[in-house]
Design a protein around this ligand. Structure first.
Ligand code: MN
Length: 433
């Protein structure tokens, strides 16, 4: 399920008296049409195209379905031009984008007839998606003139394909894989003749809200002269389904998206200052899930990031608490008695939650080799801050006992035996015998 948000604007400009452009935004289909023809014919051509595509929007499920819808719009305009002499020769460009399930996730299929353009904005760079169907553009593609020469070529406004001129039309289609953060711009030549690609890229990079971006692009075109009608649709890819959905769900993807629609109606000649109908709320399915509702309402992914951040914070606090508890539970030692032996445990007497004390050392000092008062003390526990301190405590118990129970030093032990040697008995008679 992909989520798109779109903003749109259409304006008469500062030179023309009527707006022959028309725009359409639905949750999944976005269109700019630039009508041409005498009197009101251009308006009729573009609005006929918009009406036909609006009616078909719900049914479009494939690229073929998309081109079929545009071909039907072409026939509708062509028939109308044959039936009413005042509409003879009317036509319109069309540039449209439709969210469709592709082989590897959702894609935005761009379609064009004429010189209204689509641009994709990704990671700060703008790329023109469509090829203009104009004499000048075809001469550039054929290598006859350069891109710079095309900008001032006398036949740059002559278009080679349009809806409504003939019974048959061949739209170009450009399936583009979508990524979160992508922006797609649809616009009439009233924008691109006035505002260069760099300035378009700057606006798309700096104006976050798609409706604000659409309004800003129109005001820039007017600031540069506004010689023609100006129409733009800015489509933001808020969530891109890049192909992780179950196959069966994917065909439903285009039904669940949300947009912030604005101008989907043409502006009449009197509406020289831009005023557009309030966005119509999308119909709410009865069994809409919480997630689908969030997406329909265009809840931003940033909220999800906030939730993830909060969860990480909670996990961090829990890990910190666990680490502290573990440190507290294992950082001390205590001496106690166990089966007539003196033992040293690491931990806290009785344990701390699930951290049970661990036996570290059984002292070689027997229990009866320490003072009875100490034995009583050790029936409880003597806590020491370190293993060395605990060992010292045990060593002191033994030393203390020995000091008390050692035999008392006595003066008799140093008795000197008076030795008397009789000179007579020790007389060695020499020369005897
Ligand atoms: Mn135009």
């Amino acid at each position: 399920m992909s989520v798109l948000r779109a903003g749109s604007a259409t304006d008469t400009g500062r030179v023309r008296s009527i707006n022959q452009d028309a725009v359409l935004t639905t949750p999944t289909l976005f269109v700019v049409a630039d009508g041409m023809g005498g009197h009101a014919a251009g308006e009729v051509a573009s609005s006929t195209a918009i009406d036909a595509l609006r009616a078909a929007a719900e049914r479009i499920g494939t690229i073929e379905g998309f081109t079929t819808a545009v071909r039907s719009a072409n026939e509708a305009i062509f028939r109308a031009s044959l039936q009413d002499p005042t509409l003879a020769g009317m036509g319109t460009t069309v540039v449209a984008a439709c969210l469709l399930a592709g082989p590897t996730g959702d894609q935005l299929v761009v379609l064009n007839v004429g010189d209204s353009r689509a641009y994709r904005f990704r990671e700060g760079a703008v790329r023109q998606v469509t090829d203009d169907h104009s004499l000048a553009a075809e001469m550039v593609r054929g290598g006859e003139i350069t891109l710079e020469e095309a900008a001032t070529h006398p036949q740059r406004h002559v278009i080679t394909r349009a809806l409504g001129i003939e019974g048959e039309v061949t739209p170009d289609t450009f399936p583009i894989a979508i990524r979160e953060g992508d922006r797609v711009l649809l616009c009439s030549d009233g924008l691109t003749n006035e505002v260069d690609d760099e300035e378009i890229a700057r606006v798309l990079a700096t104006v976050a809200d798609p409706q604000d971006a659409a309004d800003e692009l129109v005001s820039r075109a007017n600031a540069h002269g506004g010689a023609d009608n100006i129409s733009v649709v800015v489509i933001d890819v808020v969530i891109a389904d890049e192909g992780v959905e179950v196959e069966g769900e994917r065909t439903e993807a285009h039904r669940i998206v949300a947009t912030t629609t604005a101008a989907s109606e043409r502006l009449g000649p009197s509406a020289s200052n831009v005023s557009r109908p309030a966005p119509a709320p999308a119909p709410v399915p009865a069994d809409e899930s919480w997630l689908a509702r969030r997406r329909r309402l265009g809840v931003r992914r940033a909220l999800t990031f906030r939730v993830v951040f909060f969860m990480l914070l909670v996990v961090g606090v829990l890990v910190g608490a666990w680490a502290f508890l573990r440190w507290y539970a294992t950082s001390s030692y205590y001496v106690t008695t166990q089966h007539d032996a003196i033992v040293i445990y690491q931990g806290r007497p009785g344990g701390v939650l699930w951290f049970q004390p661990q036996l570290v050392t059984v002292s070689s000092t027997p229990i009866d080799q320490i003072l009875p008062s100490r034995r009583a003390t050790l029936k409880g526990s003597v806590v020491e801050p370190s293993l060395d301190a605990a060992k010292r405590y045990v060593a002191n118990l033994a030393a203390e006992y020995q000091a008390v129970n050692a035999p008392q030093p006595s003066s008799s032990t140093t008795t000197s035996v008076p030795l008397t040697f009789s000179s007579t008995t020790t007389t060695i008679t020499a020369g005897a015998g």
